[in-house]
Ligand binder design. Structure first.
Ligand SMILES: NC(=O)c1ccc[n+]([C@@H]2O[C@H](COP(=O)([O-])OP(=O)(O)OC[C@H]3O[C@@H](n4cnc5c(N)ncnc54)[C@H](O)[C@@H]3O)[C@@H](O)[C@H]2O)c1
Length: 406
């Protein structure tokens, strides 16, 4: 028997995931929830949804869907809402998937308190929490975790993770995103709440949305941050979008495995440094990954020999792990890709179908998902403490950690 799942938030991003969650072979029943009812209509009217969506399973509020007997909720609401909604979902007995980040609000202490509450609620209730971090399932991250599992990096020495997303990016303009997120009822409420944070002097920064840059190095190395030194570039042209706050942040971390990690979160920058604005590089004593290349010296097989150096360029297809065939087929049909040959994963580097599959499979098989509460808290704590350090002129600060999932 499959699971039942409710999709909360069918805005710009949630609507991209809806067909895949509905069509997953381990999902028997799907429900929809949005405070803007017209955002549910395109799915409710689809013929392909009839078998799994009951006409009574359309909800106009989180309170209403919390009182159902659904097994799990997928929360893709605005970033300032996730944490509280996810805790409420688990308190109501439901497993929960959250869009990234765990929460994004101007007060860093409050973000850490929410990380603590999410971990504590998971531990106490035994329910599953998953953060839908797209970088985790990019092909590069999948490939590097396989190399790491075989010990082929040797000792990890250094890593870089970065998210370069200029506010006026032609691919995704952050001013437009912000306008769309604040035009709904929940968005209008946030305009009032966020002013209160500003009145009491809480200052946000790009490191409060750090999961795209931190998750690559952390998930591949299986290590967490111990200490951080952060630096910021404060907007200098009076741009309303930044309100005089820091727009670019860089941090250096001492990690639990002895490696050093450099993280950048930039929102005011021309272009990117590598092949992609959202990427990472990792260097070990025996293996290095950078810009879709794997370089290794095979020093794990003595004696050391310069002729064994190898540099391999990799395609996405070579780096991806295969999805179960029945899942790939279901997604192909749901996305209208039938008759197009092999299923090509798409969305943020091809991560979207993997995120959907991981959550559904974890709930159906009663296991913690890969990006569980403990793992997700690591990505967040790095950003929060990097921002604290930047606000304190680079003071070296300890980074809290909640340990591994039990
Ligand atoms: N690469 C990535 O991982 C990535 C990319 C884009 C967006 N996101 C995340 O996705 C999330 C959603 O972004 P978006 O652009 O789709 O926002 P959006 O404003 O377009 O959609 C949010 C929806 O949630 C609904 N909502 C809010 N509170 C609700 C409640 N209590 N009950 C029912 N519905 C509620 C709103 O009505 C709205 O329709 C954000 O948190 C963002 O950080 C992640």
């Amino acid at each position: 028997m499959g699971i039942s799942i409710g999709l909360v938030g069918l805005g710009q991003f949630g609507s991209v995931f809806a067909d895949m969650f509905m069509s997953h072979p381990l999902v028997d029943r799907v429900a929809l929830c949005d405070r803007e009812p017209e955002r549910m209509t395109p799915f409710a009217e689809k013929e392909s949804w009839r078998a799994k969506l009951r006409p009574t399973d359309l909800y106009g509020s989180l309170d209403d869907i919390l009182s159902t007997d659904l097994d799990a909720l997928v929360v893709i609401t605005q970033p300032w809402l996730h944490a509280e909604q996810c805790v409420r979902a688990m308190e109501a007995g439901k497993h929960v998937y959250s869009a990234v980040p765990i929460v994004c609000i101007p007060d860093g202490e409050e973000i850490l308190e929410w990380c603590d509450r999410i971990v504590e609620t998971c531990r106490r209730t035994g329910l599953r929490y998953m953060l839908g971090e797209t970088t985790y399932y990019r092909p590069q991250a999948q490939f590097c975790r396989r190399m790491a599992a075989q010990g082929l990096f040797g000792d990890f020495v250094y890593a870089e993770g970065e998210y370069f997303h200029d506010v006026d990016s032609p691919d995704c303009n952050l001013r437009v995103v912000q306008q769309l997120r604040t035009e709904s009822s929940s968005g209008q409420e946030w305009l009032v709440q966020s002013a209160k944070y500003r009145e009491r002097g809480a200052e946000s920064g790009p490191m409060h949305y750090p999961t795209h840059s931190t998750s690559g190095p952390v998930s591949v190395m299986g290590a967490h941050a111990l200490k951080v030194t952060g630096y910021g570039y404060r907007n200098r042209n009076g741009d309303d979008h930044f309100g005089g706050e820091i727009s670019n942040e860089t941090a250096l971390f001492e990690m639990s495995n002895g490696a050093v990690v450099r993280i950048c979160e930039f929102r005011e920058c021309a272009g990117e440094l590598g092949l992609d604005g959202e990427t990472f590089r990792i260097m070990g004593t025996q293996g290095t990954f950078r810009e879709n290349q794997w370089i290794c010296n095979h020093r794990d097989v003595p004696p050391a020999d310069a002729s064994r150096f190898e540099r391999v360029s990799l395609t996405d297809e070579e780096m991806f792990e295969p999805l179960p065939p029945e899942v790939a087929e279901a997604f192909k049909a749901a996305l209208g890709m039938e008759g197009e040959g092999d299923f090509i994963p798409s969305g943020h580097g091809g991560s979207h179908p993997y995120l959907v599959h991981e959550f559904v499979d974890a709930v159906a098989h009663d296991r913690h998902p890969a990006i569980n509460a403990w793992e997700a808290a690591r990505y967040m704590a790095m950003g929060v403490m990097a921002h604290q350090s930047a606000l304190r002129d680079g003071e070296r600060l300890a980074v809290p950690d909640w340990g591994d999932a039990p």
